[in-house]
Write a protein that binds this ligand. Structure first.
Ligand code: AMP
Length: 281
């Protein structure tokens, strides 16, 4: 396994893989690897070819009051875990390598950012799309894998890949959860023991929504009420949103007639956590 920090070196590796007709499979991350990332890497390894993982904490996707400066990192542990997961190349550039002095080009995916996290984190998805397009241009993958935990991100990037004719097979990988249902996340490491305990309500709330749906409830507001009921019992949780929306357009749905996304964002102390569940089969 090689750790590459330099864009030109990464481009050279990508060019020779393509010359050799080797498939390049790419998993972008911000590091501080956990089981969620491992799920993506396993899927990548199963596809075969050259498995490239990026570790880059992208300043452009954090708002001014967000946790860019304190985002957890442990590159040595990440390298060991990546090696075990069968990663061939870790692309780990510095901030100035990606955004040199004078950088001024941004990618905006318009409508899909107007709900869910896009509403509450202005500019977040511009940062995500910009860095991913840059990484796609540097790594030139045939396939890329994103997690369904960040469902809106997946839908937006799929749109970008199609709108800009990038010719990348964009795949998703299911949410990986800890033993008590909490979705694995680098940010879980911020939680104090009491907060970690409260965080289990996020999954319980999603299960409540699922249960209501399975019992025949089709009005989103009733499902949302049930979900909020569970979350609001927890003193340490403040709800940012609970929404039911369309899987493709991400627009709010009032009556559920086909598969729909039940999505949650909460804050526990200063820690922002998101999770979701697809209703219907
Ligand atoms: P991050 O390092 O948080 O930017 O995440 C990198 C990739 O891992 C993204 O595509 C995430 O959606 C995905 N990911 C993070 N946590 C999970 C999880 N618990 N289950 C599945 N995918 C995840």
């Amino acid at each position: 396994m090689r750790v590459v920090k330099d864009i030109e070196e990464m481009q050279g590796i990508a060019a020779s893989a393509r010359e050799d007709a080797e498939k390049i499979v790419f998993v972008p991350t911000m590091g501080y690897l956990h089981e969620g990332h491992m799920g993506l890497l396993k899927k990548g390894r199963d596809i075969g070819g050259l498995l490239v993982m990026s570790i880059f904490v992208n300043p452009m996707q954090f708002g001014p009051a967000e946790d860019y400066m304190t985002y957890p990192s442990n590159i040595e542990t990440d390298i060991k875990q990546a090696e075990k997961a069968g990663v061939d190349i870790i692309f780990h550039p510095d901030k100035d390598e990606i955004y040199p002095e004078g950088y001024q080009t941004f990618i905006e995916i318009r409508r899909l950012q107007r709900n869910l996290c896009g509403l509450l984190r202005p500019g977040h998805f511009i940062g995500v799309a910009t860095v991913l397009l840059k990484l796609f241009n540097i790594i030139r993958p045939h396939a890329a894998i994103l997690g369904e935990k960040d469902y809106q991100q997946f839908v937006l990037i799929k749109r970008m890949v199609s709108d800009l004719n990038l010719g990348i097979d964009l795949l998703s990988s299911p949410i990986v959860r800890e033993h008590d249902g909490l979705a694995a996340s680098s940010r879980n490491s911020y939680l104090m023991p009491k907060e970690r305990k409260s965080a289990t309500s996020i999954y319980k709330a999603l299960c409540k929504g699922h249960e209501l749906f399975e019992d025949g409830e089709r009005e989103s507001r009733h499902i949302i009420e049930g979900v909020r009921g569970i979350l609001e019992k927890e003193r340490l949780i403040s709800v940012e949103y609970v929404k039911v929306c369309a899987l493709d357009t991400l627009e709010d749905i009032y009556n559920i007639e086909r598969k729909a996304l039940l999505a949650i964002a909460v804050k526990i102390g200063r820690v922002r956590l998101i999770d979701n569940f697809v209703l219907g089969t």
